[in-house]
Design a protein around this ligand. Structure first.
Ligand SMILES: [Zn+2]
Length: 299
């Protein structure tokens, strides 16, 4: 991953992406000043009045879940943020509702720790309908066996690196050939060591080693996370065996999950890219997302 160097002032990259955010739970106007040019909203958000300071957005709109399933009982999700499906017909209709609301990605939840999960027929129908409409499917998989189930059903991506259990090597190898994982390591403890952080880091290390595609994502809106590049997420990615080049690739994919996100900003980082990983993490933390005219002022 090579950035374009701006007259000795700093490096320019394709706009940095946070592939897992919840704009309805944060002040999204602050993201561009924190270096984030593009986001994928994975539940709860619907287009409001466009604002100049918003990043480029692809979104899922409602969470597709089982009746009473996560996150409908979580307390943080508004009542109209979930679309609940008991049958295959319900599930296909729910996907159509999201597409009609402008969604370009489908979010399904399979969280057996927090309540009932979509049954096999409803899950298959949701994925089938989403793929017919050209929507990639991102799953929140939590609880024993749910990641395996989601993968077998054909989801394209995980909203979180699996963190409930150690995934077997043969399963990880198979997942690495076709799936994308959105990292979200730091959400497990926000800098404090937790079992979920250790499990996820180990799964991500082996997924990445096997060639699996990783996107930087933070689950922004879920707990005390900075509005912009999260240095702790970067450190966690480096800790899971990604090189600094791999981290940049996870931040600036051309068409993440095949989505045609608008590209109205680049990400600019003042100064030269450091070789030392700790200094690299600090350096990324000073990133800003700039429009072409804002960049011109710098030149
Ligand atoms: Zn989330």
């Amino acid at each position: 991953m090579t950035g374009h160097f701006l007259h000795g002032r700093g490096a320019i990259y394709r706009g940095f992406l946070d592939a897992h955010v919840h704009l309805a739970l944060i002040d999204p106007g602050q993201l561009v000043d924190g270096g984030i040019a593009r986001v994928i909203d994975l539940g709860g958000w619907a287009p409001a009045t466009p604002s100049r300071s918003m990043p480029d957005i692809a979104y899922a709109h409602q969470f597709l879940t089982a009746p009473g399933g996560y996150p409908s009982q979580s307390g943080w999700a508004e009542p109209d943020w979930c679309s609940e499906a008991a049958t295959a017909a319900d599930a296909a209709a729910a996907v159509d509702l999201q597409a009609a609301a402008g969604a370009s990605v489908l979010k399904v939840t399979l969280n057996s720790v927090a309540g009932p999960v979509l049954n096999t027929e409803a899950l298959a129908a949701a994925i089938g309908r989403a793929h017919e409409l050209g929507l990639p499917v991102v799953a929140h998989a939590e609880g024993a066996g749910q990641a395996d189930r989601a993968f077998a059903a054909g989801v394209d991506a995980f909203a979180h690196t699996p963190f409930s259990e150690h995934l077997a090597d043969d399963l990880l190898t198979a997942m690495a050939t076709s799936m994308t994982w959105i990292s979200t390591l730091d959400v497990h403890g926000w800098g404090t060591q937790t079992d979920a952080f250790d499990l996820a880091s180990d799964n991500l290390r082996r997924f990445h080693c096997n060639g699996g595609r990783v996107l930087y994502g933070t689950d922004l809106g879920n707990g005390p996370l900075p509005l912009g590049i999260n240095r702790r997420e970067i450190s966690a990615l480096l800790g899971a065996g990604l090189t600094t080049d791999d981290v940049l690739a996870a931040l600036c994919p051309r068409a993440p999950l095949g989505l045609a996100l608008a590209d109205t900003r680049v990400t600019f980082i003042p100064g030269e890219r450091p070789r030392d990983p700790d200094e690299f993490t600090e350096w990324l933390g000073s990133a800003r997302a700039l429009t072409p005219s804002e960049l011109e002022v710098l030149e």
